[in-house]
Design a protein around this ligand. Sequence first.
Ligand code: PLP
Ligand code: COI
Length: 339
Amino acid sequence: MGYESIKWDKLGFDYIKTDLRYLSYWRNGAWQEGTLTEDNVLHISEGSTALHYGQQCFEGLKAYRCKDGSINLFRPDQNALRMQRSCARLLMPPVPSDVFIEACKQVVRANERFIPPYGTGGALYLRPFIIGVGDNIGVRTAPEFIFSIFCMPVGAYFKGGLKPNNFVISSYDRAAPNGTGAAKVGGNYAASLMPGAEAKKRHFADCIYLDPQTHSKIEEVGSANFFAITRNDEFITPKSPSVLPGITRLSLIELAQTRLGLKVIEGDVFIDRIDEFKEAGACGTAAVITPIGGIEYQDKLHVFYSEEEVGPVTQRLYNELTGVQTGDIEAPEGWIVKV
Ligand code: PLP
Ligand code: COI
């Protein structure tokens, strides 16, 4: 899609080639100076570990246009830290936080015309990634790596934005108990493709995974974290070593507590007790907050607040989160990095 045909208020979550992307190579034991390039095609060795052994990780974060025309990055330091943890898990060289954040800023500035205008609900989605490259064939860490960040304007990931979506519990696992679930690595997403496609074929937005050890507790959606509101107005979200520690989830935990005055519980969310929740939602950078209308489990659809309307607590959380991201509401210390 060309720039001229972008409809800012109708954006979904689709690839759009923007002007420039950041590219840096790790060679001879160090990250080289990164450059911005027009070329969106990578030329890599056929033996690259990223192609054969899944040695790669990625991130997702957004830049927002504010009312006064300035540009906000939301908690990029947290994405930098998570990427360093993913690198440690897959034996890849970490990118220092200051390099990561500076590269994000360069990409946003170089593609400023692609940032959706304030008030459209869209944002510029940044996709940093690191891949193992270079000539190799044995199962070992790569001799060279590429760190790149590209971006594109996006709108809603799940259809309807704040309209509730239905999800289905999967009988598959996306990650193993002591595997790579907590790292943002491609293998977890490869494992989620077939269950996700089966869910979509049955008109669900996506599937929800249970804990891989006992299959009795909710873990997360294939592309977002899970939260619910209990009948006592508590904000509850699963805590598990195989769940991706989401930055939206982390932010909602703090906002629920400090701004909405809710008690927060990070713990077990047993699937056979979901009727105790009055609202539920999926949260993530792409998903923002997507209300969960209902969850199908063992052939029964458990509806929370409504299949048509967002619940009041979810709506307040959404207003607070998106207000902070676009600069309309004061952010907690350190959450916003101006570009
Ligand atoms: N869980 C999974 C599997 C995800 O892909 C994402 C998206 O990044 C999240 C959770 C939410 O993480 P974040 O809020 O950092 O985007
Ligand atoms: C994100 O929210 O940034 C994600 O990575 C989710 C999905 C697009 C994989």
